[in-house]
Design a protein around this ligand. Structure first.
Ligand code: PMP
Length: 354
């Protein structure tokens, strides 16, 4: 830290992303990326012609892609906001609705970036503990006096709330924005997108990083009522109007055009998830029922941190968190069936060596 840094940032603990190691080739099950490549249409869209156009700024409103997303989700373009990954949107939402001492509520075990944004924007935040079984009790998020952030399905647990429970939370907080972070919704949970028509305070956030194989391109979108979307545009135009580059816009449009391919991938990932869960359970693991492209698992026979390290030595990378409540767990991204077979074999080897 330099002596020049504004003192309000001196105690800020930045977000720590999962490892992107360069030392050797791992089976990478640690950052919830898709194991499948983008569709042929997506690949074709990032072509020489589009690359030549890089000398020009992109459309700051990404109108073509915005319209395609609006059509896919049955809303209008004015209800759609695009950004550089969904993290970008979450940042804008904290900035717009929870900064400078305003109140915000989120779970104790959830996406780690919420507390980072809350600290960055000096929110007055309250952490609501998950239940003993790691589920969210919707009641505890109802009628609170501030903004609410819920990841649905939640990360890193993979557990999802029903649409009914989400609606209860949104309905009970009419004076505050409720952000439903649906980064993993395509792997089996119910989306709240259709509720946007009925509730002015709902903002649904999604991403192209998981189900649409575009984590490296950085593209997220949000759906909400026009006024909320305009708030976000105002902040975007006040920071970086060209926050999505040309190649990403082109890739994103082609991705929506090949939605069927991505739906098939989601189906495969869900099947592989259930296979992996069953195999781990046979090996004595406790695995939460996930609606995401990852599972959250622990074993009484091996410490979570030790399993993570031993798998890493064997070339398989998973995600371990040191937070007290979940330190015996690991989050395992669902890869291809072949990758998950190797993962299971390595886990069995480690359990036998133990
Ligand atoms: N929300 C949740 C719950 C996530 O796990 C992630 C991925 N780390 C994100 C949002 C952000 O994803 P991206 O910025 O790649 O869209």
């Amino acid at each position: 830290m330099s002596k020049y840094l504004d003192e309000r940032y001196s105690a800020l603990a930045a977000y720590v992303p999962g490892e992107q190691p360069q030392d050797k080739k791992y089976i990478k099950l640690n950052t919830n990326e898709s194991p499948y490549p983008p569709s042929q249409e997506t690949l074709d869209a990032v072509n020489v012609g589009e690359t030549e156009l890089l000398r020009l700024y992109p459309d700051p409103d990404g109108r073509i892609l915005t319209k395609k997303i609006a059509d896919l989700y049955g809303v209008e373009s004015k209800n759609v906001f695009l950004a550089n990954g969904s993290d970008d949107i979450l940042n804008f939402a904290f900035m717009a609705y929870c900064a400078n001492g305003r109140k915000v509520y989120f779970a104790d075990i959830t996406y780690g970036f919420y507390s980072v944004f809350a600290n960055l924007h000096n929110s007055d935040y309250t952490v609501i503990p998950l239940e003993a079984d790691f589920s969210i009790d919707a009641e505890k998020f109802c009628g609170v006096d501030g903004c609410v952030f819920i990841a649905n399905p939640n990360a890193p647990t993979g557990l999802a709330l029903s649409l009914k429970e989400i609606e209860r939370i949104v309905k009970s907080n009419p004076e505050s924005v409720v952000v439903i972070d649906e980064a993993y919704v395509d792997f089996g949970a119910e989306s709240a997108v259709n509720l946007v028509k009925n509730y002015d305070n709902l903002l649904v956030v999604q991403t192209f990083s998981k189900s649409r194989s575009m984590a490296g391109a950085r593209l997220g979108f949000a759906i909400g009522n026009e006024e909320i979307i305009n708030d976000l545009h105002k902040l975007r135009y006040s920071t970086n109007p060209y926050n999505i580059n040309r190649l990403t816009l082109a890739a994103g449009s082609a991705t929506i055009d090949s939605q069927k391919y991505y739906d098939e991938n989601c189906k495969k990932i869900i099947e592989t998830r259930e296979y992996t869960k069953n195999e781990l359970e046979k090996t004595g693991f406790f695995v939460l029922p996930s609606k995401a492209n990852f599972i959250f698992a622990s074993s009484k026979s091996i410490d979570g941190g030790e399993l993570y390290l031993k798998l890493k030595e064997k070339g398989v990378l998973i995600r371990h968190f040191t937070t007290e409540r979940i330190k015996n767990f690991n989050r395992i991204t669902i890869g291809t069936p072949e990758e998950m077979k190797i993962f299971i074999d390595k886990v069995k080897e480690i359990m036998e060596e133990n």
